[in-house]
Write a protein that binds this ligand. Structure first.
Ligand SMILES: [Zn+2]
Length: 459
């Protein structure tokens, strides 16, 4: 079963209007309805009888249903004309130290690309890189449309564009409104980002992640100038499936397996805040409040308190090495007979990011108490820590080891059934000895012994 099979099968039921509003980064209900009516995406299943309540985050973010960007003059082909705008300087540096972003909107597809920048003067190089990228994709960039900011009107860029045969169209002095497409898109992105970060209670320095997520979502959203196809489809020439979408900041359980997790009774997955996807939906980006960084991981799952699948339907795919990675021997990791290392701290164990154990289900509704000032809050789930850890432990047991079996000799010894198990162990050992199952030898030089494994199952 591939990851995508897994993700899509597990979430085949319909969701409310409100859930899709949250997953789509707080776009208006009418935009979601357009996606549905025009069948612009796969996987959008809505319970059409569900209510469309007013959204607190949208109200707080003062999100207006934006008029869609004006249509430009004559029709263009994807890649030919790019609308650009620079956003910043933002007074809160992002987690990566950026304070600007360069917005690039393709005129034909309305496909958005952003580059986050530390300084304004990085924009010129980013523009040249983007244009070069378009060419490498087989597109023919002909023009850039931007305002008269120095990031666009400078000799380096002018000369480069001239040499590449790209026309640099800048707006007339003192009329930035002519740069309507990019500016309108910027307003939309910032409003969506503000609504998402408000709703998530995540700290403001995650604005870069939330803007990137807003861009990801906008590329899969309805745009009026291109009503029959959405940006993603025009740009990539395929219809996206949006079943994997989750609300920004939603709890995601990340599996902390591998050599760092030696203590068997501790939960092996921990709750983090989902802040986006990478590589389509194969990798999840999550925020770790304790270490204040964003990490990327393959082993993750969203949970549902409503639709809990029975254990036998939860299939976890272990030991699926990524291409080019070999299998290091597993030590001290034997409950599941696997060594699927989640990369909680990327740098620590780069070789071990390999197992695919992704279960994609719906996230539980987070109960939100008193609204906090998100700017000063690093941990999105502060008062849920205890409960969260407990539920993680339970969930792990449920997902990985169905039933109430014991998972180690130590645990079995402490169980009331120990006398019975001890008898069984001796019987089993006697039988193995009788059959001559093994022969004791000295360990050959350089050999890596494989651990043995006791399974204590109650029948
Ligand atoms: Zn909203």
């Amino acid at each position: 079963m591939t990851h995508s099979d897994c993700a899509f099968n597990a979430t085949s039921s319909s969701q409310t209007w409100e859930t899709w509003h949250q997953r789509f980064g707080h776009v208006g209900y009418s935009g979601i309805k357009k996606l549905l009516d025009n069948k612009l995406v796969d996987g959008l299943q809505i319970d059409q009888n569900s209510p469309k309540p007013d959204c607190i985050a949208c109200t707080e973010a003062k999100l207006s249903e934006a008029p869609y960007g004006p249509a430009s003059g004559h029709p263009t082909k994807p890649g030919e004309l790019t609308h650009m705008d620079l956003w910043g300087k933002y007074d809160v540096a992002s987690i990566n130290g950026n304070q600007y972003y360069l917005l690039m909107v393709d005129d034909a597809a309305r496909y958005i690309t952003v580059k986050f920048l530390k300084t304004k003067d990085q924009a010129t190089q980013s523009i040249m890189n983007y244009m070069t990228h378009l060419k490498a994709q087989g597109k023919t960039p002909c023009a850039i449309h931007a305002d008269r900011g120095t990031e666009f009107v400078n000799e380096t860029l002018k000369e480069w564009c001239h040499s590449q045969g790209i026309e640099l169209q800048v707006t007339a002095p003192y009329s930035p409104s002519q740069n309507g497409v990019a500016e309108q898109m910027n307003r939309t992105l910032v409003e969506l980002a503000r609504a998402m970060i408000t709703a998530s209670d995540l700290p403001e320095f995650l604005w870069e992640a939330v803007v990137a997520h807003a861009v990801y979502l906008q590329n899969m959203s309805y745009t009026k100038p291109r009503a029959k196809e959405m940006p993603y489809q025009i740009w990539h020439d395929r219809k996206p499936n949006i079943l994997h979408l989750r609300e920004f900041g939603a709890p995601v359980w990340v599996l902390l397996q591998g050599q760092r997790i030696q203590r068997k009774m501790l939960p092996k997955s921990q709750r983090r805040a989902y802040v986006g996807y990478d590589e389509g939906s194969k990798l999840v980006k999550y925020y770790n409040a304790a270490t204040r960084n964003i990490l990327i991981l393959r082993n993750f799952r969203f949970l549902s308190p409503v639709e809990t699948a029975p254990p036998e339907e939860i299939a976890i795919k272990h030991n699926a090495p990524l291409e080019g990675e070999h299998d290091p021997p597993c030590e001290g990791e034997w409950e599941n007979g696997t060594c699927s290392a989640a990369q909680e701290n990327g740098a620590e164990n780069p070789r071990k990011r390999k197992a695919e154990a992704t279960i994609d289900m719906q996230e539980p509704q987070r109960t939100r108490g008193i609204r906090r000032d998100y700017r000063y809050l690093a941990d999105p789930f502060p008062d849920e820590k205890e409960a969260g850890m407990l539920s993680v432990a339970k969930e792990e047991a449920f997902a990985m080891i169905p039933g109430d079996d014991c998972h180690s000799l130590k645990e079995a010894r402490e169980s009331p059934e120990w006398p019975e198990w001890e008898r069984t162990i001796h019987t089993e050992l006697e039988q193995l000895r009788h059959m001559g199952t093994w022969k004791l030898v000295d360990k050959p030089v350089g050999a890596v012994p494989i651990n043995n494994k006791w399974v204590f199952a109650k029948k």
